[in-house]
Design a protein around this ligand. Structure first.
Ligand SMILES: C[S@@+](CC[C@H](N)C(=O)[O-])C[C@H]1O[C@@H](n2cnc3c(N)ncnc32)[C@H](O)[C@@H]1O
Length: 254
């Protein structure tokens, strides 16, 4: 278990960004939930790993046979069960579980999804049925690079290998036969400085956070005002304050 990261998510207790005002302009067309839809049908048994407060699973997952959704944070699962009440027709079972210690029987799932969370390729391979599909969306090293360069730190800033490559190699080693890795680029425009600051204070974007070493994680509760102002001055546009997101998508077949 990644103790520091676990504590951070327990303290936050949800992954809800509805209070933050921003717009997204997609620069590429790979979409996580569209991919899940493409590879499932009304009978599919699915597992969503690191589901947070279930905000996205409940809102965006396609109609399938059954969704299991897990997270290692008790607080997140509490929030998810609370959020489920607003979706009485959704067939989702939320459970507390560590992605690195999955306790499902082998060959259980038609599809496993993991959005912005840690994975263990071998365990996922084991829990998928034959020909089962894994769909990942992750935050890549170059995400918010202009901001990270200015602050001289941030998520994966000092890592030697980007997490997209680490995942790709681990999936290959685990035995996945067909692996497609796609770069995803999105421009986000934050309405005000407060909105951007709220994002930076909630997420690990500017944290000392290594993807290569899961124990290297310290969440900062303050952002240096001077550097923040410098970024805002440089990236303020008519549409809002620009943040260039760089993510990656993976579709892998067992
Ligand atoms: C960035 S949030 C993403 C939440 C959700 N997937 C989404 O896209 O909105 C990461 C989530 O992964 C969970 N997480 C991190 N490491 C985990 C692990 N080892 N096992 C299970 N959940 C984990 C955290 O508790 C958190 O809820």
């Amino acid at each position: 278990m990644q103790e520091k990261e676990h504590k951070y998510y327990e303290t936050i207790g949800n992954w809800d960004f509805d209070q933050i005002k921003y717009k997204t302009e997609k620069q590429t067309n790979w979409d996580f939930y569209e991919k899940i839809k493409e590879y499932t049908n009304k009978d599919s048994v699915c597992l969503d790993l690191g589901t947070g407060g279930g905000e996205k699973v409940l809102k965006y997952y396609p109609e399938v046979g059954k969704i299991y959704a897990t997270d290692f944070s008790e607080e997140m699962i509490k929030t998810a069960k609370e959020n489920l009440k607003a979706y009485p027709t959704r067939y989702v079972e939320f459970m507390q579980m560590d992605n690195l210690n999955m306790i499902f029987p082998e060959s259980t799932f038609d599809l496993i999804s993991a959005r912005h969370t840690v994975i263990d390729a071998k365990q996922i391979y084991n829990k998928l049925k034959d020909n089962g599909i894994l769909i990942i969306e992750g935050v890549d090293q170059k995400d918010c690079w202009e901001l990270k360069e200015l602050f001289g730190r941030g998520q994966a800033f000092h890592d030697k290998t980007p997490i997209s490559k680490i995942d790709f190699n681990n999936l290959k080693d685990a035995g996945f036969t067909k692996i497609e890795l796609t770069e995803i680029r999105e421009d986000e425009y934050y309405e005000t400085e407060e909105d951007l600051l709220a994002l930076l204070l909630k997420t690990p974007i500017l944290d000392d956070f290594s993807e290569e070493d899961n124990n290297n994680f310290t969440h900062r509760k303050e952002i240096e005002k001077e550097l923040f102002n410098k970024y805002v001055n440089e990236y303020k546009t008519e549409k809002g304050i620009l943040l260039k997101r760089v993510l990656y998508g993976i579709v892998a077949k067992k």
